[in-house]
Design a protein around this ligand. Sequence first.
Ligand SMILES: Cc1cc2nc3c(=O)[nH]c(=O)nc-3n(C[C@H](O)[C@H](O)[C@H](O)COP(=O)(O)OP(=O)(O)OC[C@H]3O[C@@H](n4cnc5c(N)ncnc54)[C@H](O)[C@@H]3O)c2cc1C
Length: 289
Amino acid sequence: MKPAPFQLHIPSTLEEAVGLLSQHGEEAKVLAGGQSLVPLMALRLARYEHLVDVNRIAALQGIAREGGWLTIGAMTRQTTAEAHRDVALVPLLHQALPLIGHFQIRNRGTVGGSTAHADPASELPAVALALDAEMVIHGPAGGRVVPAREFFVSTWTTGLKPDEILTAVRYPVWPGHCGFALEEFARRSGDFAIAGVACGLEVDQDGDVARAAIAYFGMAPTAVRASAAEAALVGSPARGADLAEIARLAASNTDPGDDIHGSAGFRRRVAAHLTERALERALRESIHA
Ligand SMILES: Cc1cc2nc3c(=O)[nH]c(=O)nc-3n(C[C@H](O)[C@H](O)[C@H](O)COP(=O)(O)OP(=O)(O)OC[C@H]3O[C@@H](n4cnc5c(N)ncnc54)[C@H](O)[C@@H]3O)c2cc1C
């Protein structure tokens, strides 16, 4: 199928793009890499009268280190980020990027597009949530910064207003003795994950867990943190932690759906195994960091 007719706008500045979004309201949508929006429109699952193509806006490009943060411009292609030296400073992002679809998709798909699309089965929203990343947003009233915990609302729904553009994602670079692991289960390489988890752990000088982050994708209507399991880990000796029990607790506090790929119970069992494996990897790395 082909999309319903629409008018394509190609602004060259952020102000121009925001102006177009304000002018056309709910009838308009930002077009980034098109890897999610175009299939949705072609299948007539979504219909917009106006597409605002932001590919030529230079202010949305680039990767920069600023203090303890790595800032990635929203229009940075996923393959560009994947190949960038500084992205290794954020190991969860580094591990997640190659798992998004196929090379051809990542060659067009953008970091901001995947984040703004907020598919519950996507890797990047879970990474942003796990790391407490910040969303840099621009709209008619100027700029604002929204923490990841407030940004992801539900399936394909974020805190972005119709006339706002996500301009960058700011990922904190964790200092100290840290380890990170992302694990996912998909039927075939390149498919969306049936269940996945992103874990980060920091161990202090005494060998206790100082910080824990466990975020799921494919396990709820949006990416979710396993807060109770994180709290159970923090303060306990890293080497003595019962990771299988922590993983079971984490996976039990999710809200996955039933579909042709698996029941909710199946997803929880898979998620518990993935979590245990990810925590083991993250812990090993943090102890040796
Ligand atoms: C076969 C296939 C397999 C895939 N597998 C995976 C996978 O395993 N994991 C995964 O995460 N994704 C997967 N994807 C989706 C892919 O990663 C997309 O690249 C990504 O979801 C959207 O990025 P995009 O730049 O193409 O955004 P677009 O498709 O252009 O836009 C997506 C949505 O985000 C909005 N948007 C985009 N950029 C901005 C911005 N800067 N500000 C405000 N709103 C914005 C758009 O308006 C639209 O609603 C797959 C896609 C395909 C076709």
